[in-house]
Design a binder for this molecule. Structure first.
Ligand code: FAD
Length: 403
C-alpha cells in the first residue's frame, strides 16, 4: 500500500519527438495519458506519443472538483463508472503514485416529491446493477453531515436523499502525473508545448498530425483534447454531437472543522466537499452559453455561494480564495463518445463533459484495448458514435447537475 499523505517525488522522463509512431494521442489530459499507459502496460505497445499543447493536466483533468462515483442513471453508465471506481481503488499501487484517494460518500439531497422519486429510481437501478446507493432520511443525512441545515435556509427543506457510500475524491493533478510517469517508464513519449495544428490525410485515412515542428506520422491518431474536440475532429471531416460549455468552481479558505461527505443537490444544482487542505470546494452546473472562454464570472460566484449557503450556513463566514473554469465537451445525451469515427486511423475519446475525471481509468483502459486489438470491449460498446444515427441515445441525467 502507498503510505497515506506522503508526497512522493514523481520522476518524469521527457523525450524529443520522433517523426513516426505507431500511435499518436493528441491531448495530455487524464484520458490521453491513461490510454497511453494502458497501451504500454496491458498490451506492450510503447511506440506511442502523447502530444500536449500546453502542459499535462492543463485542461479539465487539472481543473475539476475530483469527485469519483458510480451512481449513474442508465445501466450502461452504472456498469462503466462502477468499473472505473474499482480501478481507482488499486490505482495508487498500480501507478506507484500517491494521489490522496479518500473515501467520502456522496449525499444527493431532494427537496420535492419529484426529486425523491428520481432518487428512489436511481437507488433501485444502482442496486440492480450491483452499485450501492440507498435512500436516507433527513435525520440520517444530518448524521452524515452535521453542518447541513435541514430547513434549507427556510426555503428548501430537505425531504430525503440518496446516499452512495463508495464516492471518493483524489488529487486530480497527481492522477495525471501518475499516469504520465508510469507511461514514460514504459517508453511512451509525452511531449508538452506541442499543439497539433492539423491532421495528415491519405485519401480517406488519417495518417498522422501536423505540428509547428513538422508532421508526425502514425498508424492511429486518438483525439483526447477535451473541449477542443469539435475543431480537431472537423479536420478529419467528422462532425460530432458535442458542444463546448465552460464549467466553473471555487475554493474557500480553510474550514477548521472536518466536513466528511460530498454534499450534492440536483435541484439547486450545486455541490461541496472539503479538500485535503481543509478548504471548501464548490461547484455548480455548466454555463448555459457555449464558449471556449476560460474566464470565470462574478455571476457564478454569486449564484453558487447563495445556493450553498442555504444548505451549509457555516460557509457564510468563509472567504472565497480562488475561482476558475474549464471548457467541457458536452454530448447531446450526456454520455461519452468512444472509439471509431468512420474515418480510418482516427479515433475519439470525448463527451466527458463535466463528469469525466472519474472515468479516466476505465476510459483509458478501454481505448487502449480498441487501439491494440481493433475490438471494442462490451463495456464501452454502447458509447459508440453511431448510436446517434441509430437513435440509441443514452440520455443520462445522472451525469449532469452534480459531478
Ligand atoms: C470545474 C470542473 C469540475 C469538474 N468536476 C468533475 C468531478 O468532480 N468529477 C468528474 O468525474 N469530472 C469532473 N469534471 C470533468 C473532468 O474534469 C473532465 O471530463 C476530464 O478531466 C476530461 O479529461 P480529458 O483528458 O478528456 O480532457 P482534458 O483534461 O481537458 O485534456 C485535454 C488536453 O488536450 C490538450 N489539447 C487541446 N487541444 C490540443 C491540440 N490541438 N493539440 C495538443 N493538445 C491539445 C489540452 O491542453 C488539454 O491538456 C470537471 C470539470 C471542470 C472544468
Amino acid at each position: 500500500m502507498i503510505e497515506e499523505g506522503v508526497e512522493r517525488r514523481i520522476a518524469f522522463r521527457w523525450a524529443q519527438p520522433k517523426r513516426t509512431y505507431d500511435v499518436v494521442i493528441v491531448g495530455g489530459g487524464g484520458h490521453g495519458l491513461a490510454t497511453a499507459y494502458y497501451l504500454a502496460a496491458r498490451h506492450g505497445i510503447s511506440d506511442v506519443a502523447v502530444l500536449e499543447a500546453r502542459y499535462i493536466g492543463a485542461g479539465n483533468s487539472g481543473r475539476n472538483t475530483t469527485i469519483i462515483r458510480a451512481n449513474y442513471g442508465v445501466p450502461e453508465a452504472v456498469r462503466f463508472y462502477g468499473h472505473s471506481v474499482d480501478l481507482y481503488a488499486t490505482l495508487e499501487d498500480e501507478l506507484e503514485c500517491s494521489f490522496i484517494h479518500q473515501a467520502k460518500g456522496l449525499i444527493w439531497l431532494a427537496h420535492t416529491e419529484t426529486a425523491m422519486r428520481a432518487e428512489r429510481a436511481r437507488s433501485l437501478l444502482n442496486l440492480a446493477c450491483g452499485i450501492e446507493t440507498v435512500m436516507i432520511t433527513p435525520q440520517e443525512a444530518k448524521g452524515l453531515c452535521p453542518q447541513l441545515d435541514l430547513s434549507g435556509g427556510g426555503r428548501y427543506p430537505v425531504l430525503g436523499a440518496s446516499y452512495h457510500p463508495r464516492a471518493s475524491t483524489a488529487r486530480h493533478d497527481r492522477v495525471v502525473w501518475g499516469y504520465a510517469a508510469a507511461a514514460m517508464r514504459r517508453g511512451v513519449h509525452v511531449i508538452q508545448g506541442t499543439p497539433v495544428t492539423g491532421l495528415l490525410r491519405d485519401g480517406d485515412r488519417v495518417t498522422g498530425v501536423e505540428t509547428a515542428s513538422g508532421p508526425i506520422r502514425a498508424r492511429v491518431v486518438l483525439s483526447a483534447v477535451g473541449g477542443n474536440v469539435t475543431a480537431l475532429a472537423g479536420q478529419a471531416g467528422v462532425r460530432l454531437p458535442i458542444r463546448t460549455h465552460p464549467l466553473q468552481a471555487f475554493v474557500t479558505n480553510g474550514y477548521a472543522e472536518d466536513f466528511g461527505p460530498i454534499l450534492s443537490d440536483t435541484e439547486l444544482l450545486c455541490y461541496a466537499s472539503q479538500t485535503g487542505r481543509g478548504q471548501m470546494l464548490v461547484g455548480a452546473e455548466f454555463d448555459p452559453q457555449p464558449s471556449y472562454s476560460l474566464r470565470s464570472s462574478f455571476s457564478f460566484l454569486q449564484s453558487a455561494s447563495a445556493k450553498i449557503v442555504h444548505l451549509l450556513p457555516f460557509m457564510r463566514d468563509l472567504r472565497i480564495l480562488r475561482q476558475w473554469s474549464g471548457i467541457c465537451d458536452i454530448s447531446a445525451d450526456f454520455s461519452p463518445i468512444l472509439g471509431a469515427t468512420g474515418v480510418d486511423g482516427f479515433l475519439v475519446t470525448t463527451g466527458w463533459g463535466t463528469w469525466g475525471f472519474k472515468a479516466i481509468p476505465a476510459g483509458g483502459e478501454a481505448m487502449a484495448e480498441v487501439i491494440a486489438t481493433g475490438r471494442t470491449p462490451d463495456l464501452i460498446a454502447p458509447f459508440a458514435l453511431d448510436r446517434f444515427a441509430a437513435d440509441h441515445l443514452l440520455a443520462d441525467q445522472g451525469s449532469t447537475g452534480t459531478r
